[in-house]
Ligand binder design. Sequence first.
Ligand code: SUG
Length: 420
Amino acid sequence: MELHLDGLVGPTHFYGGLGYGNLASAQNADAVSSPRNAALQGLAKMRWVHQAGVPQGLLPPRPRPDWDLLKRCGFIGSDALSAAREHAPNILKAAWSTSSMWTANAATVTASAETSDERVHLTPANLSSTLHRSTEAAHTTEMLRLACASDRFVVHDALPAALPDEGAANHMRLGSRRAEAANADPTATNIYVHGPNVEATRFRSRQSPEASKAIARLHGDHSPLFVAQSQQAIDAGAFHNDVVAVSTDGVLFCHELAFEPGELDRIRAAQPEATIVEIASATLSLDEAVASYVFNSELITTDGELLAVVEKRVEKSTGSMQALDQLVAATGGKVEMFDLAQSMANGGGPACLRLRVPVTADELAAVDSRFVLDDAAIDRLENWVADHFRDELHADDLTNPDFAAEVANADQALRSLLEL
Ligand code: SUG
């Protein structure tokens, strides 16, 4: 089974235009955001997944703004915010970013069934390709070490910054559906997707092969498969592999141009019994796939049934709906549409908002219960959002000391609510 750890959206959700190679983030730069709607949309998805029978947890947002980052960049004292806005607006934005909400980038996780010491291994991502995300690792490491404090888990340090790593968004675990149906513990293949060995044309990859290999080594992964993402997909705006490919234990749903030529055949050879639903460009172009985020659907399996949590903009794309039809025909699964528009406008779909932690029942029981949600906990979080989040956030708010005080207050309230 899998624990889905979603990133709770913080009260400073905004559109900074900070996501490298991320078309939605660039297109929506400086648009007015709604932190309240963003958080409620995320919580509605968590509630649905929990009610569908999948263990659902959360990782809390980081305290904002990041005064330490501002200080390290020379913005000190009472006018730090306005000085940063005048001299280095991207440093100001990085200090306020709620990018830790996309927990598919929080870490890479290997199941205990595939590690040499039979423990679950997690490596927090260094996210060193962009400034605003590079500061997440310290908080993520702290939270994961609290949540996974039991000796059934190993939480490593993030890799050195020179080996860029974006976490589970570039990792897929693929087994066979037959093993799942038999309720066996399949030995799945861990597929680590990294940047291609070609000159970057439009955008460079955010995942180095050296990072993927270091993680597989650290985790003692006995079945790693290293696969190159296609430069064509990266250029079309697939800044993470999970924009064009997603897996659940026995199913891989991907665009035919997601990987460099020949790579999908290597995946097939590694897991011949997996159901691979490969969507042709003739059905859905790469550009339309990146616009709709259909491959960024959150796939879950409960009682042997596949459920796809899909962002509702997919309905506007005929090719994407045809792709979903193919997924349903091949798996017998069901589709559920969600409004995640606030996160989507920053390039974060359903699959970006969750970190999958494959666990046995005993490992799940060993996760710190403060990080695991039930309906009552989700109710409390919704009340916290109602009490502390603005309906609208504007660029000017990021230099307002009153807003900083409001956010510090919200953070305190969350820490006491979660007993952190
Ligand atoms: O890293 N967007 C994130 C979106 C991450 C999506 N995650 C996955 N595909 N798994 C990113 O580009 C935009 C922030 C801004 O522009 O304010 C941003 O960081």
